[in-house]
Design a protein around this ligand. Structure first.
Ligand code: SF4
Length: 86
């Protein structure tokens, strides 16, 4: 299990979550060259430790523990995973 970033992040990309993540598993960061190209941020499911710190930082409530992800956004599980498989 991991945390998932869903639809509300698209066009928002606030990055407050990046700052608090203790294992640096949210990308792209503002320092990465592809930041402008990606429409949202993604959590690396291999490295997320499910600490939950990012959830309250998000100003648009885009982050969910996978088990609480609203069903209409279930495809974001794949989208987060895919980003790290490129
Ligand atoms: Fe990082 Fe914790 Fe959020 Fe996972 S739940 S992305 S480890 S801050």
């Amino acid at each position: 299990m991991a945390h998932i970033i869903a639809q509300p992040c698209i066009g928002t990309k606030d990055t407050a979550c990046v700052t608090v993540c203790p294992v640096d598993c949210i990308h792209p960061t503002k320092d990465e060259s592809n930041f402008d190209d990606e429409e949202q941020l993604f959590i690396d499911p291999e490295n997320c430790i499910d600490c939950g710190l990012c959830v309250d930082e998000c100003p648009v409530q885009a982050i969910f523990p996978q088990e609480d992800l609203p069903p209409e956004w279930s495809d974001f599980i794949q989208r987060n995973d895919q980003y790290y498989k490129k």
